[in-house]
Design a binder for this molecule. Structure first.
Ligand SMILES: [Zn+2]
Length: 316
């Protein structure tokens, strides 16, 4: 189900109806905003065997269901967790590897079966290794017949500009609260929960849906937001370090805290009427951005980076 993004959907629908799909799209926008869902709908529209003109296909045929389950043989799905080629070493995978891109090239090198489209859906595209990114670049230069690349990223600043320039960039913006709320009403969520879920989803429908499926997630998000707010308002370095220590070693939670700090700084930036505070917030946000990029792209110790981010954020 697609929630929001009507203009993007209409645009992609038109492109498909006119048979003018680009060889590559780069979908950008925050996590859980709907990029991968729309990418799957795009692939369904290309592969559906019953009503191929509709965006998202019929949603019911074998092809549509296989695309939705990400098991269709003509849709190669890649992200950090899902390799096409098992990693050579035992160690856990932290990047999309060149082996995967070679495998995409190999599978796309055959002529399409009965004119069928082949789609490479590469999520977390910013996590391609340097070699993999160069490999994709070559593929984008000569994509082959009836091939579409759907590259997805929440961090377009980390994607090679040469890749972005060879793809049509589609930017996903936060979905309006009223749209998310309407979806929650439809799902029978109570008034009080609608309010909290809408607020905490920050325009990302996937987050609201995750809250419905897992109420603990909602409780955790409420607690996290309150804790970060309290720490930022307290301007107390010791509290800041205690917050960082409390999540040390839990990568997901470390990133969740970082996201929350970033969001809270932006909320304050929007609402402050004080010029000095405004400048200070702009400075803090810039530093947090740099530190977050460091964390995402290097082997920096996450605990130390989060320490620095929180100390920066609680400073006056
Ligand atoms: Zn179908």
């Amino acid at each position: 189900m697609i929630i929001g993004h009507e203009r993007k959907v209409r645009y992609l629908e038109r492109v498909l109806k006119n048979g003018r799909a680009a060889h590559a799209y780069l979908f950008t926008g925050p996590d859980s905003i709907g990029k991968r869902t729309i990418a799957r709908h795009f692939a369904r529209a290309l592969l559906c065997t019953t009503s191929p003109v509709e965006f998202g296909g019929c949603g019911a045929c074998v092809a549509c269901r296989a695309v939705e389950a990400e098991t269709h043989p003509s849709v190669l799905v890649l992200d950090v967790a899902h390799a096409l080629v098992p990693p050579r070493k035992e160690e856990s995978r932290t990047k999309i590897s060149l082996d995967d891109i070679h495998e995409v090239r190999r599978r796309f090198s055959f002529a399409p079966r009965a004119g069928e489209w082949r789609i490479a859906l590469i999520d977390e595209a910013e996590m391609m290794s340097g070699e993999a990114a160069n490999g994709i670049l070559k593929l984008l230069e000569e994509p082959g017949e009836r091939v579409v690349f759907l590259l997805i990223t929440a961090h377009p600043e980390l994607v090679l500009p040469t890749i972005a320039s060879r793809a049509e960039v589609v930017r996903f913006l936060p979905v309006a609260d009223r749209v998310i709320r309407a979806c929650l009403v439809e799902k029978g969520i109570s008034n009080a929960d609608q309010e909290t879920m809408t607020l905490l989803s920050d325009g990302c429908p996937g987050r609201a849906l995750a809250f419905i499926q897992d109420r603990q997630k909602l409780a955790d998000a409420v607690a996290r937001r309150e804790r970060v707010r309290a720490v930022l308002s307290g301007h107390d370095g010791v509290e800041a370090l205690a917050l960082s220590l409390g999540v040390a070693g839990d990568g997901t939670e470390e990133w969740a805290i970082l996201d929350e700090v970033w969001r809270e700084l932006h909320v304050r930036l929007k609402t402050t009427g004080n010029n000095t505070e405004y400048k200070s917030l702009v400075r803090k946000i810039k530093k947090v951005d740099i530190l977050a990029t460091t964390l995402a792209t290097t082997n920096a110790n996450p605990r130390l980076v989060l320490d620095v981010i929180l100390l920066e954020a609680v400073g006056r």
